[in-house]
Structure formats: C-alpha cells, structure tokens
Write a protein that binds this ligand. Sequence first.
Ligand code: ZN
Length: 447
Amino acid sequence: MIASVLVGIRKRSWIALSLSLLASTAAQAAPAADCPGHPDALGTSRTLVVDPREHPMIGTMQYRETLPLADHEVVLTFDDGPLPKYSNQILAILAAQCVKATFFTIGRQANANPEGVRKLIAAGHTVATHSQNHPLTFQKMPPEKFKPEIDDGIASTLAALGGDSSKLAPFFRIPGLLRAEGVEQYLASKGIQVWSADFPADDWRHIPPARVYDLAIKRLEAKGKGILLLHDIQPRTVAALPRILNELKARGYRIVHVVPATPERPATPTEPQQWLLHPPSENVAISRWPKIPNFVFVGTMTLPAPVLSDLDWRDAELIEHARHTHGIPLPQQAPWPRPQLTRLSVAPALPVPAASVFKIPEATRVTMLAASTPVNRVEKVTAAQPAAAGLAVSAKSRGATARQATRIRHAAHQSQHPGHAGPVASKHAEQAKKKPRSVRVASLKKR
Ligand SMILES: [Zn+2]
C-alpha cells in the first residue's frame, strides 16, 4: 500500500517535472517562433526588469555586482550611436534574430540623428545614455564639468524622443569606462544605474571582424554569462555581429533584454547573490571553511579600474585611431581613453628580504649542535658549509669510507676559506686531528 502510494507520488512528480521541462523548452523556443520569417532566429529569451536604485553599479569589469543572469544568458549593449550608416545595419541584424539590446547613445549623436534614436525605441530596444560629448576625462573632471555632460546627454536623447522620459532608461555608461566616485555618486543621486560591462570585444580597435568575433565568444565562454560591450558605429561590429549571434545560438546562449523598473512594472524578483557573477555554490560547504576577516574590502564599494592588460589592449594604436566621421559631427576626442601607457612595465615587486631574516640566532645553532649524537658530533655540518657537505655526500655515495668523507669535507672547507676558518670550524678541525676515529655523517643515515 505504502509502496504503491510512493510510486503514485513518484509518478505524479515525474509527470510534473516533465511538464515543467516541456514548458521551459516551449518558453525557450517561443522567441524563434515569434520571429516572423526567421524560424532559426536566436530570439530574446526573457525580459529582466531592474531597479537602478537597488543596484546602482553593475558590470564585473569594474564593479562587484553585475546583472542577475543565469548561466548562458547574455545581455548585448551598443555604445556611441546613433550613427545611421552602421546603427541601421546593426538594427537590421538584431531584427533578423529577434534580439533586443541596450543602446547607450551620445547626446551629440542624438542631436544629429534624432530619427536614429526613435528607430531604436520603435524596434523595442532599451535606450540609455553615454554623455553629451563623450569626453574621455570623466575620471578627473570636477562636478561642474561632468554634471552637464551627463545631464545634457540625457536631455539631447530625450529631445529626440519628444521629451517622453518613459522611453529613456535611467542607465548610464561612462565614456571609456573612466569611472570616478563623484560621478557614480551623482548618478546614484539621480536614480541612474551605472553600467560597466562583463567583457568587451575590442571592436573599437583596428582589428578584423574575425578577431571581434573571436574575442566576444572567447570572453563570453570564460565567464559563462554577462554583459557584452559592443559599438553600433563600427563597420567591423556590423561585419562580426551576425556570426556572433549565430554562434551564441549554436552554443546554447540566450539573450536577455533589460528594462528599468517603473511603478507599473516592478523589478524582477532576485536574491542578492544573483547579482554576483559567480555566487557561492551550494555544493561548496562554505561554513566548514575558516572565517577570515574581510577588512580588505570594507568600505570599498568598487573594484579598481581594469588594467589595460585585462582588456587585451597591448598596443597603443587603438588609443590613437582616427574614426571616419562620414559627415557626422563626432566628439573631438576619440571615443576611447588615451591613458598614459607605461607599457605595463610596472611589474609587481616584493621588497627584498632583510639579511637578518636568514640568520639563525647563535643560541639556536648551539642548541642544534648540542643535539648531535656523540657518533656524528665530528660531522657538524652547518649551514655555512653546504659545498663541503655536498662533497662529503658524494664521497659517501661513491662508497668511500666515512673517514675519507670527513677528510674531503675538511679539505674542501680549507680550500674555500684559506686561513679563515670560523671558531666553530677550527675547534672542529682540532678535534678531528686529536681524535681520528670512525665517524658517521648524520645526514646519510639510512631512512
Ligand atoms: Zn563610448
């Protein structure tokens, strides 16, 4: 009876599991089915609603937290547009895959191409901002400089959207990712979420599209999920994107569309640890590990800015590359930083240990010598005589008698330090002369 009940329960739970699996498969398949004319589209698997005030800074390239994505979930972001020639092609590629992304626009670009901003909204993407002029000095600008950069960028993009603030996401990406605490605090005070990224694909560099593809896939695979940083103003991005999206689908990745929370649209419920790229696993018995004080991290809300090597910026040419403007007024400065490259020559170095670290206190040495057994007291091999000890060992290993070994050791010592035997050594030598008896090298005892 009990057995049959158990079987019944098992059967029911198996059916429930199967149904939920079917449901999730259907949910994953749904986007492709919802992509008219593109049955093999990658699609957008879900929409994630985030509250900027709860998580003001995201992206593990710079911050502790990132979007609460499941394994194999990817968020696509495009910066620096709109620039019709390339932004329109990016839009077409995303539309063909029914993929939704987040665009960080530059105010001046929005002023020049307001229709480009409206196209982003019309296609269902999230529109956020990226400053008015894209200055690459956010890390050192005073508030009177960075505040108008942020505010004007928002105003320009908003103007392109007819002033409808419901169409503009309170997300901001700092140009060149040149973060500064003052900037982050100002944005947080306005309820704006700072978006770094989890990995770039270096599409602003002078590299072939195949390299952009390689970096995007390689870095995504390394982290398993995250925010990909791209640019919709680069021809190489246009060339690489279709292959990137195809590969994401082939490898089982899913696209997540991120939108801001509103009073009518509450944030997707999440647990705090979901905002970490690699939350502690349930399989690791953390409580069994010793607790260590976390004083190193106290008061440090952010991680240090990534070093250039993290981004694979091994040459300076990217810093100096000139963009084709195609008749569109662009920021006077390049869109990416011109840090003072020191060729990564500042290798971490540890201080040279003081000589005293290696000294054995005199009292200790006496104790060590006294600990020698009477049999081997002649063989007081000290740390100061390693070469002699080595000779003694090799003599023994060749089958020489222990006495020969001792003589060799003494000869070696005298030749190395002619007329300069230390007090212990000379006393030792005298003893050896007076009492020539069979000795044994302690260190050669068989184990
Ligand atoms: Zn940018």
